[in-house]
Design a protein around this ligand. Structure first.
Ligand code: PLP
Length: 429
């Protein structure tokens, strides 16, 4: 394993993010488990950043990939392929967007890039709104709009971005407000920001629950309240569902549905879990909006038949086995269990989340200071105990992120919680 890490460092960039002081080489997976090159088995509570949505080595997905690869692997978007059209029909119907059109990409970043391209072209403005503390991917455009500069390797941006409050309220002047007061304050902030904008604003892009930002949920209805303000100026709402889509939050299929008073967003982006690890991203928008780009928009690999076949098999399994319902039930038990464990630990500030998207924020005991070192130590100790978990990004690395495949069983939830309890206690003792 060390040898592989040394070779990795000799040929790959230094800035590639790797977990653990002794990085893990994973060799295979099954269900909710993965194995490393030394034969150790781990419960996987992070799913390769929320991407193993249903289960590792799901037989239907493996078969669909093998069958499709045996027929034709690649077409490009210059030709039709049936799995792409079938998956587009399924996603369009699930999106909630009327007269929906779907464009497939190969990542969440590229999906958001496309959404921003559509919105800025449609509105004739390169000015956008984004949430403070947000993350939307790593292309030049996506890092250029991130609300946390620590996640951007460059300070330049092709877009003019204005940042608004609403994603997080756990600290600062907004912390003490009730849900209704918080929404009111954020709407006032949005109006203030718009009042200072020069010229038209194309769109607001927002994650319904900030992912890399530490799994913080705004109060339900926030984006419906924003929508009313945006509608006054025809500003589009782009919901980045890369982490929150496909039933991950248990209660809803899409994160925007927690805010649904005024209906679906204008544009929805998705990625991660849909292909169960195969690289699929995509954008959904009504026809008038999707068709506003007048140039040919070729994607060599977007909508590739093998990934589309995987996506179809995965989505079918997700719906037929009601894994969203499972995320709600088992996620509800897991969060309660983790809250009970953490209530006795002075270094845990909060256990939060929805469905199987759970964050545990660590602080230095007796203070409100984020404790990144403790989070790194807990992550290592959990790995030693046989459990893989994630962390937030930037200064949210003090937040442990728990996001297992949605097929998690109650017994596995109990087992994972017990390992996590031992890891937390070993670091805090
Ligand atoms: N949007 C959100 C909310 C994300 O969390 C991420 C990745 O973590 C992205 C977009 C980028 O997706 P990808 O890594 O597939 O490019």
């Amino acid at each position: 394993m060390t040898d592989l890490y040394d070779r990795h460092r000799a040929v790959l960039p230094d800035w590639l993010a790797l977990y653990y002081s002794r990085p893990l080489e994973l060799t295979h997976g099954e269900g909710r488990h993965v194995w490393d090159a030394e034969g150790n088995r781990y419960l996987d509570f992070f799913g390769g950043i929320l991407s193993t949505l249903t289960a590792h080595a799901l037989p239907e997905v493996t078969k669909a990939v093998a069958d499709q690869a045996g027929r034709i692997i690649h077409t490009s978007t210059l030709y039709l392929n049936r799995p792409m059209v079938d998956l587009a029909e399924r996603v369009a119907a699930l999106s909630g967007i009327p007269d929906a059109r779907v464009f497939f990409t190969t990542s969440g970043t590229e999906a958001n890039d496309t959404a921003l391209m559509l919105a800025t072209a449609y509105r004739g403005s390169n000015q956008v709104l984004a949430m403070r503390n947000s993350y939307h991917g790593r292309s030049f455009t996506a890092v250029g709009i991130t609300g946390n500069r620590a996640w951007s390797p460059t300070s330049l941006s092709p877009l003019q971005t204005l940042y608004v409050h609403g994603g997080v309220r756990s600290r600062g002047p907004y912390a003490a407000l009730s849900d209704a007061e918080f929404i009111e304050a954020c709407v006032a902030d949005l109006r203030d920001v718009l009042g200072q904008a020069r010229g038209g604003v194309a769109a607001l892009i927002a994650e319904p629950i900030q992912g890399v930002g530490g799994f913080t949920s705004p109060p339900d209805g926030l984006y419906a309240a924003f929508r009313e303000v945006l509608d006054e100026q025809g500003i589009l709402w782009i919901s980045d569902e890369v982490q929150t889509g496909l039933g991950r939050t248990g209660e809803h299929f899409w994160g925007w549905q927690a805010h649904a008073r005024s209906g679906p967003p204008d544009v929805l982006t998705f990625a991660k879990g849909i292909g169960n690890g195969m690289s699929i991203g995509g954008v959904v928008a009504r026809a008038e909006l999707m068709n506003c780009l007048d140039a040919n928009s070729i994607s060599t690999f977007g909508g590739s038949p093998v990934t589309m076949a995987a996506g179809l098999a995965n989505l079918t399994h997700l719906l037929e086995h009601d894994l969203q319902g499972n995320a709600r039930r088992v996620g509800g038990l897991l969060i309660e269990r983790l809250r009970a464990i953490c209530a006795q630990l002075p270094g845990v500030r909060e256990v939060r989340g929805r469905g199987l998207m759970i964050g545990i924020e660590l602080v230095r005991p007796g203070t409100d200071e984020p404790d990144q070192d403790a989070a790194a130590a807990v992550q290592e100790a959990a790995r030693d105990g046989g459990l893989l978990i994630g962390k937030g990004g930037g200064h949210h690395t003090s937040v442990l992120r728990v996001a297992p495949p949605l097929s998690l069983t109650v017994a596995e939830a109990e087992e994972g919680a017990a390992i996590l309890e031992r890891a937390l206690r070993s670091v805090q003792s």
